[in-house]
Design a binder for this molecule. Structure first.
Ligand code: GDP
Ligand code: MG
Length: 439
């Protein structure tokens, strides 16, 4: 989503008090971002209305952290929009369970048929039979056979001369006889929705009475995918959507509107061309991804594991009695570097944004490389006690680190300021009851 939305989210997140104006501003950005992401206009309108009602209502205003509460509301509504809880795949009372795969040409039907068979066997221990009912292109049958070989799974095919309706029927009969749990029928697609295609699919549907009709749509096609889903659903009453090529889709607009427009859930998501790259669709995770919060959540998790309690305590006492050295600084920097972009991390650490604002103390990823080089060029003694630093030592360090004396000087100054500030912060700790975990 847009950078502007991210900005607004950041802004509102830290807010102790959220005004109606804030909520309006936030929902306006969300609205723009969703429209930009190619989400259906009606969907956006309803969505924004719901978020506004909830966000301006009691729920948020009485919360201790209204800012975060607003984000939570947005995330929950997004999750709801995409289907709430994760959905499962049907199991017929009497096997085989018949699954019909439909969709436009190139959407990923054949590939996804293979992926789904793989997933059914791997995750549910099922025995699927694949059926090649796309008879218009010889290559389509071959493609399914190749997948079958890769998976070591049988493919029922009758060449290109037979009627796809008969092929589907025969496949189901064979599955019954030979005790397969699932029949996955790969059907033909067209470049555009047309009557002939729909007629054929309806006939197959009538002939084999499928337990699931999965529409395969290409996430990259955005709003088009939603229109496609709408017409297939009207004609065939699909039972679920498999969204492919989500690995290439950065906008997620299709995912957002499909459920809202058709009422049918997205069941699985294709995340690549390989046969194991089909995942259960998790609306909540997708909502996080859309909001860009997934990254933040991972960062928080990382921050929590990287800075363990004991280390944090040690550090705190060092800060208190001002014995924090360049050694510690370097160690901290290593940890921080492992976590990701510095600015984001600093924003998550209580009190650290104050630090960022401090004059002369800047945290910029590029600069950190220099800082590290400078510290690494110091002797052990110099790292422990920077007061020994004289002009010739500084010159040596600058040379050793490929920087300049003025950069060395700047770092020394920054370090002193940081130490001062740490002392201040750890002194106020008792009063406020909220310590800063300093990575
Ligand atoms: P069909 O015409 O609907 O049967 O589509 P195909 O199964 O032949 O797939 C069309 C193309 O999309 C192939 O090159 C697939 O490898 C590719 N494809 C399918 N699913 C995915 C996916 O989830 N991610 C990516 N990156 N490519 C996919
Ligand atoms: Mg195909």
């Amino acid at each position: 989503l847009s950078d502007r939305l991210q900005e607004t989210i950041k802004k509102i997140k830290g807010k102790g008090k959220v005004t109606e104006q804030d909520v309006k501003e936030m929902t306006r950005e969300v609205r723009l971002a969703l429209l930009e992401a190619d989400v259906n206009f009606k969907v956006v309108k309803d969505f924004v209305k719901r978020v506004r009602e909830r966000a301006i209502g009691q729920e948020v205003m009485e919360s201790l952290t209204p800012g975060q509460q607003v984000i939570k509301v947005v995330k929950e509504e997004l999750t709801e929009l995409m289907g709430g809880d994760e959905s499962k795949i049907a199991v017929a009372k009497r096997p085989p369970t018949v699954v019909m795969m439909v969709g436009l040409q190139g959407a990923g039907k054949t590939t996804t048929t293979g992926k789904l068979a793989n997933l059914l066997r791997k995750n549910y221990n099922r025995k699927p039979l694949l059926a090649a009912a796309d008879v218009y292109r010889p290559a389509a049958i071959q493609q399914l056979q190749t997948l079958g070989k890769q998976l070591d799974m049988p493919v029922h095919e009758e060449g290109t001369e037979e009627n796809p309706v008969e092929i589907a029927k025969n496949a189901v009969a064979k599955a019954k006889e030979e005790h397969y749990d699932y029949v996955l029928v790969d059907t033909a697609g067209r470049l555009h929705i047309d009557g002939d295609l729909m007629g054929e699919l309806q006939e197959i549907k009538e002939a084999v009475n499928p337990d699931e009709i999965f529409l395969v749509v290409d996430a990259m096609t955005g709003q088009d995918a939603v229109n496609v889903a709408e017409s297939f659903d009207e004609q065939l009453d699909i039972s679920g959507v498999l969204l492919t090529k989500l690995d290439g889709d950065t906008r997620g607009g299709a995912a957002l509107s499909i459920k809202a427009v058709t009422g049918k859930p997205i069941k699985f998501a294709g995340m690549g061309e390989k046969l194991d790259q089909l995942e259960t669709f998790h609306p909540e995770r997708m909502a996080s991804r859309i909001l860009g919060m997934g990254d933040m959540l991972t960062l928080i998790e990382k921050a929590q594991t990287q800075v363990d309690e004991k280390q944090a305590k040690e550090l705190e006492s060092k800060m208190r009695n001002a014995s924090f050295t360049f050694e510690d600084f370097l160690e901290q920097m290593e940890q921080v570097k492992n976590m990701g972009p510095l600015d984001e991390i600093l924003n998550m650490i209580p009190g650290a944004n104050k630090m960022k604002g401090l004059q002369n103390v800047s945290f910029d990823d590029k600069q950190i490389v220099h800082v590290e080089a400078i510290i690494q060029s110091m002797t052990k003694n110099e790292r422990q006690d920077p007061s020994v630093m004289n002009a010739s030592r500084k010159k040596r360090i600058a040379k050793g680190s490929g920087t300049s004396v003025s950069e060395v000087n700047r770092l020394l100054k920054q370090f002193e300021e940081m130490k001062k500030m740490m002392k201040q912060m750890s002194n106020t700790k008792g009063k406020k009851g909220k310590g800063m975990k300093f990575p």
